[in-house]
Design a protein around this ligand. Structure first.
Ligand code: GTP
Ligand code: MG
Length: 201
């Protein structure tokens, strides 16, 4: 029988200060993207634990950096979302600080997965976020979420036009994944990719 890619998954800690995040040097893979794009749901889907990360139908659920340890070997990190306009200015600034300090200063962060809702056209806020990652030399991949909400044709067409938009500014694209937390689509590809990256460290 094929070895399960996730043998065990455990919540470790939530906090707002990267200095207080786990300090054991194990590699981390973090999920970022707009509020409500499906970051926490994807953590649950990938780990196969429906309630490991807290999810919500209303945006702005995740407010801290959340570490989950997988197979006692590597971490999945759930980050707060960006771009939720109904927050106060000071809360948005505080969240932006948490997100940017994690992304720029967290040495254990091996790769950032930027989640994009596959239903929507490229949004300014995401395009600017990709530019900011590029300016800061942050390694990232892209995950299109909520694939179950579209027909196959619409999904393929949206992803093709999204890639085209990115290629206006980028010479080449990082690996791209298509997922659904409802159906489990993309789970193996994502886990295999992380496992490949882990084996190069
Ligand atoms: P914040 O923590 O607020 O930034 O949001 P998040 O990105 O963690 O989103 P979350 O996982 O909480 O999901 C937001 C909503 O989208 C929830 O109602 C989920 O059930 C729904 N959702 C997430 N992923 C999928 C998916 O793949 N398919 C469908 N149909 N719904 C999804
Ligand atoms: Mg969340």
């Amino acid at each position: 029988m094929k070895k399960p890619l996730v043998k065990n998954a455990r919540f470790v800690i939530s906090n707002s200060d990267i200095k207080k995040c786990p300090n054991d040097g194990k590699p981390e893979y973090a999920f970022i993207g707009r509020s409500n794009v499906g970051k926490s749901s994807l953590i649950n889907m990938v780990t196969g634990h429906r309630k490991l990360a807290m999810t919500s139908a209303t945006p702005g659920k995740t407010l801290l950096i959340n570490h989950f340890i997988i197979n006692d070997e590597w971490y999945l990190v759930d980050l707060p979302g960006y771009g939720y306009s109904k927050r106060s200015k000071s809360q948005n600034e505080q969240l932006e600080h948490i997100i940017s300090s994690y992304i720029l200063d967290r040495e254990a962060m091996t790769l950032l997965f930027v989640l994009i809702d596959s239903r929507h056209e490229p949004q300014k806020i995401d395009i600017e976020f990709f530019q900011w990652l590029g300016e800061n030399g942050v390694p990232f991949s892209i995950i299109f979420t909520k694939a179950d909400k579209l027909t196959k044709t619409a999904l393929a067409s949206n992803i093709a036009s999204y890639k085209k938009r990115l290629l206006e500014e980028w010479e080449e694209l990082p690996p791209v994944f298509i997922t659904s937390s409802e159906t489990g689509l993309g789970r193996e590809e994502l886990l295999e990719y992380i496992s490949e990256v882990n084996s190069t460290l």
